[in-house]
Design a protein around this ligand. Sequence first.
Ligand SMILES: NC(=O)c1ccc[n+]([C@@H]2O[C@H](COP(=O)([O-])OP(=O)(O)OC[C@H]3O[C@@H](n4cnc5c(N)ncnc54)[C@H](O)[C@@H]3O)[C@@H](O)[C@H]2O)c1
Length: 384
Amino acid sequence: MKQNVKKKHSLKIGILGNGFMGRMRAHAYLTVAHIMDDLPFVPELVAVSGLDEKSLEAFTGDFNIGFYTKNWADIVDDESIDIINICLPENLHAEPAIRALEQGKHVFCEKALALDAASALEMTRAAEQSGKINMCGMNYRFLPAVQLARDLIHNGDLGNIYTMHACYFQESGHDPYRPVEEVLYAYGENALGSARGLGSHVIDTCRFLLGEMSVLNACFKTFVPERKTKSGDLYRVEVDDFASMTVEFETGAIGMLSTSKVAAGRKNWFRFEINGSKGSLEFNLQDLNTLRVFLPDRSPSQLSGFTDISVTEKAHPLMSPWWPPAHNLGWEHSHINEIHHFLYSIANNQDVGPSGATFHDGYRAVELVEQAESSSGFIKHPAL
Ligand SMILES: NC(=O)c1ccc[n+]([C@@H]2O[C@H](COP(=O)([O-])OP(=O)(O)OC[C@H]3O[C@@H](n4cnc5c(N)ncnc54)[C@H](O)[C@@H]3O)[C@@H](O)[C@H]2O)c1
């Protein structure tokens, strides 16, 4: 009989927010610990915050967490905690992020980094001054097919890139009679609209693949400007439910980006297509293990057309710790890969960029949305 001797020390993590993404991140830290074996420490979840006592109690039980609190400052101010992972609404990201960085903690913060560019810039400055590892949750960078697309572009397989079309469509605002409290992007102090919520992913993925960009022109629109609350009161929506922008990359390529929360039938439709002088590629989040590639020089003319690549081989980016070839990954794996990259960067005291999104990348996404919104002439209270 051999005894299991625990050799590694632990790095202590506090999660702020125990909703959808709090649960996803907790799951990611625990999964990293038993799937990836290149870390010199074990990530240990020690604390979680939230507003609802019952769900906090369940959360601490589910993830074997030491304590919960309704006051996130209890976690940020706890000297024994090394990492703060922020999973709160966007309007509440800046204060705990800056306070944690000032206390010498590493910080992972969900996208969008903040509701406005001024707060995102403040967070970025605090991160850069602290010298601590900072990361913004742009998880689509950590899908194998997206990283393969980047490798093909950077290796020159597509030649000079001419255009990128990217859209992110969902349907949560499609029904105009749905109570506005349930139409999360449209309601309350943290109303994001489609551009801030979905556009942060679209912009970040475009910058990840093709580099820095600037906005040429934009169109923001609210198709359902009035909704009813659960109690029947009228509610004026102040944010876009559709946005589009034309951008120019520093390379000269042109991007056409659009986001919609009123796209009936579209569940989580994040699709992009890139066309270059030597070929094209296409990706869709709803089929995330596949990259469609067209390289005319490498295919006989009778079979000319896009080829579906199953990005599940051990040789593919990010696949080595996972299952045998052709055993697909899902949405959650982008988060697990991302949290692994964050922890690996801490272990090696290195910036999370360029493969991961720093706070600066998070800031750029918010700033570009703001620039697009102001260039569109969007009016928050349209005349009805
Ligand atoms: N990358 C992704 O795929 C992805 C997906 C969904 C959400 N997100 C982002 O994650 C973040 C959290 O979103 P979510 O869907 O988990 O939200 P959620 O509503 O499910 O959870 C929010 C958490 O914040 C807490 N909270 C809310 N208001 C608070 C307050 N005033 N004080 C203290 N705590 C408060 C709630 O109790 C809850 O624990 C957002 O920034 C969102 O945009 C990212």
